[in-house]
Write a protein that binds this ligand. Sequence first.
Ligand SMILES: CC(C)(COP(=O)(O)OP(=O)(O)OC[C@H]1O[C@@H](n2cnc3c(N)ncnc32)[C@H](O)[C@@H]1OP(=O)(O)O)[C@@H](O)C(=O)NCCC(=O)NCCSC(=O)C[C@H](O)C(=O)O
Ligand SMILES: [Mg+2]
Length: 270
Amino acid sequence: MLLRHARSLLFLPASNPRAIAKARSLPCDMVILDLEDAVPPHAKQAALDGAVEALGEGFGGRIAAVRINAEDAPSHGTEMVAVKGSAADYVVLPKVERAGQVKDVFAVTGKPVIAMIESARGVLAAPAIAAEEGCAGLFMGNNDLRRDLGIPPSADRAGLSYAMQAVVLAARAAGIAVFDGVFNRLDDETGLEVECAEGHALGFDGKTLIHPGQIPVANQIFGPDAQAVADARRLIEAATGGAERFEGRMIETMHVEEARALIARADAVG
Ligand SMILES: CC(C)(COP(=O)(O)OP(=O)(O)OC[C@H]1O[C@@H](n2cnc3c(N)ncnc32)[C@H](O)[C@@H]1OP(=O)(O)O)[C@@H](O)C(=O)NCCC(=O)NCCSC(=O)C[C@H](O)C(=O)O
Ligand SMILES: [Mg+2]
């Protein structure tokens, strides 16, 4: 599956073998084995060993990534070397604020990098980060970003909206994938639906998640539904080229291309 087709991207602590085993039975499109904030300092080495082993065993057809610790962490260098020799499809780099950070990780690991944008500096540098060779995608890191911007935990996402749009713009200008941040409230399915719909409307390709229970909502909202696919097929069938009327609306060549992309996404996610 192309990275851009992923709807549900599940984080799990690489120090949690039970979660690793469970992930292999879940309907997520991508798993991200976390070595950063989900893992306490004393468990970093065991988590790294567990991640490399788990990646070697594979995650079925799911895309598999590992989030290493940031550039200034003591374990950063060891993790990059281990990831290089692993079966990870991508390496996720947290707290990116300069394109050179992506360059360094790509040079050492040889793996395509997904850069997390989690600070004001990161947002402002997002166009250069996204354009860096080896950068395959961007993740919003909304918990850290909210803190960096001084937005209280109780606030809604209005204060993050400019940053999210800037990150989507940067990714699209560079032609790479872009994914919304995690939703922390584990028992609030309605809130998750609202946030997924908001992220979808902003142009994100999918949503990063923290719990198995969040996967169906992300898959439903980011996956094209049957009606959209049927609409796309009718549009392609009807189009003859140039501007024309289709079911009460104007369509042109770009709408045909858009419909084809939607069908490709539907085929990719099954
Ligand atoms: C948030 C959790 C700590 C909650 O854990 P818990 O209350 O124990 O969960 P449950 O009892 O409901 O779990 C039920 C079963 O599901 C498995 N499980 C739970 N979470 C996951 C998961 N993420 N992946 C796979 N499997 C999972 C449990 O093992 C149970 O299985 P079983 O017993 O066999 O039935 C926990 O959900 C968790 O750790 N989530 C991930 C946290 C994480 O990775 N955080 C880092 C990413 S967040 C981020 O990136 C923020 C960003 O940096 C920013 O700044 O915004
Ligand atoms: Mg973070």
